[in-house]
Design a protein around this ligand. Sequence first.
Ligand code: NAG
Ligand code: NAG
Length: 182
Amino acid sequence: MNSAVHFLLLMLPLISAQVTQWGPCPTPRVQPNFNLERYLGKWYEIEKIPTYFARGKCIEANYSLRKDGTIKVVNSQIFRNKFRSTEGTAVIRNKMEPAKLGISFSYFTPYSPYWIVSTDYTSVAIVYSCTDILHLFNYQYVWILGRSRTLPVVTVNYAKMLLQKEGINIYKLNATDQSCKT
Ligand SMILES: *[C@@H]1O[C@H](CO)[C@@H](O)[C@H](O)[C@H]1NC(C)=O
Ligand SMILES: *[C@@H]1O[C@H](CO)[C@@H](O)[C@H](O)[C@H]1NC(C)=O
């Protein structure tokens, strides 16, 4: 068997949660004139394509600038009744394309794409990540984030419409449980 195909068959079960598609990554347009300063602060996860690394509830992220210019990312969630948080780093890789960030949660993993497709900075943000494997297939994550724990249905539907317009598959998007004490 062709070794790339073999590799692919081994990988598929691991990545079954996210959307997997044949071929290279789609390239949606991203937020024009992205302003990082305005994006910083706290965002709540409203909907996402399920991931193996964030399966809990009350999922939120806080973005702040470090002195060295990198972005500190603190993700937190409640998983099996325990509060858990992890710290990662995001960077703008190319100043010409500031809405295309890279994000990593360990020194040992490469930066994954973290593209801000659209945001108004004050209520909603749409984040997209796609990685392709040998241009053979790709796996995609999508997050709809809010400045509050819940967003009006019209806002969420508008975000989904925008994603579809950019050719992004939204059928696996799932609402995050944000029934939390604070
Ligand atoms: C976000 O993180 C920054 C830097 O660590 C901190 O100063 C700020 O209080 C945090 N904001 C929230 C809402 O937790
Ligand atoms: C969708 O989210 C709910 C919580 O809001 C969760 O119970 C369910 O397992 C999720 N579905 C998938 C396919 O991850």
